[in-house]
Design a binder for this molecule. Structure first.
Ligand code: UDX
Length: 429
């Protein structure tokens, strides 16, 4: 099928590439000429496993191309997907100006029937506004359909999630665009839910908020575990074996971050408020998340006492593993707070060092994970990178001034760490 994706961020670029990989002909549009140039030359602006290889293969095969022209995309496609950012405003609500701008651009370029699909995470009833905007700004009297098709990919697993989705949600006003959307997704072998647009939009915010709730729930349980000598991983394993609960997203940590959960939670609380419902449950999810970071920091202060001039090594800067994304990263927040207390930091991340340089000042960037602890008073694990599990613990212990390890991601076994001679503090154990 002939498809256009507007916006080449995480969602847009991965979606466009995977659509091309299954055989569709895809035009990716972005209004940033530098980004488009990079992509045209085979460069990738983000790190995402397998993405570079797939972009190269599909560009070479002529199925994937990049342009700055929305008109070019719209003219040459049957279906136009919107995948532009929906960033938060100061009051927590969603900035829909990019969506509105794109809706106008699409309207201006339409000369025949098009299906306009929103993939960005938007507040319920945005589809109605997009339809109204297109109607208003479309010069030619052509028919169109607006569809909501939220994306559920996780950064770091974006290609995998997109190629093997749990479900495809298609929100429509009429049945007319359904067959075409089913055809787009037919190679993906996933259940398709066809529903109304408002429900589709709500599914996205409701899902992300629920996942954040799950993490805050286990983080609250972690507090009880610490107070009683129980082990939060054992509790999570026991809970997770109940099919109705499931083990995933029950990993206690120093809190969740990223460009989705914090933003989507605030937006959902605001959306509820606007329709007259006080979503206190989700406010509590935010509160637990904030407290979780405070508690972890307190653990460090309680152990090291005064942080001023203490040398601390921090492993992990990305908001989670397998990504170079540092937006709303708990690891970066932790670094800033340690610095505020006067600590001197050496940091390391397998992928996020370049991006971190712009937000972390006066820190030393280590060459590799095993060198990070040299001459430090303690080491902190802030991101759950799998490779940190292969840390040369013997070397780290010897190079630390004091063998103290704070593990914000529960990567190691407490008994084993003690045996190795570490003072080991993790979360909920
Ligand atoms: C999330 C949703 O999972 C995805 O479906 C949606 O499309 C976008 O938002 P993402 O933000 O990429 O994806 O990351 P995710 O893997 O969900 O992790 C979010 C945060 O929660 C990270 O900081 C992660 O470290 C943390 N987390 C996750 C935990 O602290 N514990 C867990 O058990 C799981």
């Amino acid at each position: 099928m002939k498809l256009t994706i507007i916006g080449t961020g995480y969602v847009g670029l991965v979606t466009g590439t995977c659509f091309a990989e299954v055989g569709h002909r895809v035009i990716c549009v972005d209004n940033d000429p530098d980004k488009v140039k990079t992509l045209q030359q085979g460069g990738i602006p983000i790190y995402e496993p397998r993405l570079e290889e797939l972009v190269r293969r599909n560009t070479e095969a002529g199925r994937l191309s990049f342009t700055t022209s929305t008109a070019e995309g719209v003219e040459n496609s049957d279906i136009v997907f919107i995948a532009v950012p929906t960033p938060p405003l100061a009051d927590g609500s969603v900035d829909l100006s990019f969506i509105e701008r794109v809706a106008r651009d699409i309207a201006g370029a339409m000369t025949a029937y098009k299906i306009v699909v929103d993939k960005s995470t938007v507040p319920v009833r945005t589809g109605d506004q997009v339809a109204e905007t297109i109607k208003r700004y479309c010069k030619a009297q052509v028919e169109f359909d607006v569809v909501s098709n939220p994306e559920f990919l996780r950064e770091g697993f974006a290609v995998e999630d997109l190629m093997n989705p749990d479900r495809i949600v298609i929100g429509v006003r009429s049945q007319r665009p359904v067959a075409a959307l089913r055809e787009v997704y037919s190679p993906f072998k996933a259940p398709v839910i066809v529903t109304d647009i408002n429900s589709a939009e709500l599914i996205k915010h409701a899902s992300n908020s629920f996942l954040a709730l799950k993490i805050s729930y286990i983080n609250a349980i972690a507090v009880l575990c610490e107070a009683t000598g129980a082990n939060v991983q054992e509790v999570a394993n026991g809970m997770g074996m109940d099919d109705r609960i499931g083990r995933r997203f029950l990993d206690a940590s120093l809190g969740f971050g990223g460009s989705c959960f914090p933003k989507d939670l605030s937006a959902f609380i605001k959306i509820a408020e606007q329709v007259g419902y006080d979503f206190g449950l989700l406010k509590e999810v935010q509160k637990v998340n904030t407290q979780q970071m405070n508690r972890f920091l307190k653990k460090i202060v309680d152990t090291l006492w005064v942080l001023k001039d203490k040398k601390i090594a921090v492993l992990g800067l990305a908001f989670k593993q397998n990504t170079d994304d540092i937006r709303m990263s708990p690891a970066i927040e932790l670094c800033h707070r340690l610095q505020k207390e006067g600590a001197i930091l050496t940091v390391y991340d397998p992928k996020a060092m370049d991006k971190a340089r712009s937000v972390l000042k006066d820190v030393r960037f280590a060459e590799d994970m095993n060198a990070v602890a040299e001459g430090c008073d303690a080491i902190v694990i802030a991101t759950e990178w799998d490779e940190f599990k292969k840390l040369d613990l013997d070397r780290v212990r010897k190079t630390l001034t004091h063998p103290i390890l704070f593990d914000g991601r529960n990567l190691f076994d407490p008994a084993e760490m003690e045996r190795l001679g570490f003072i080991y503090k993790s979360v909920g154990r």
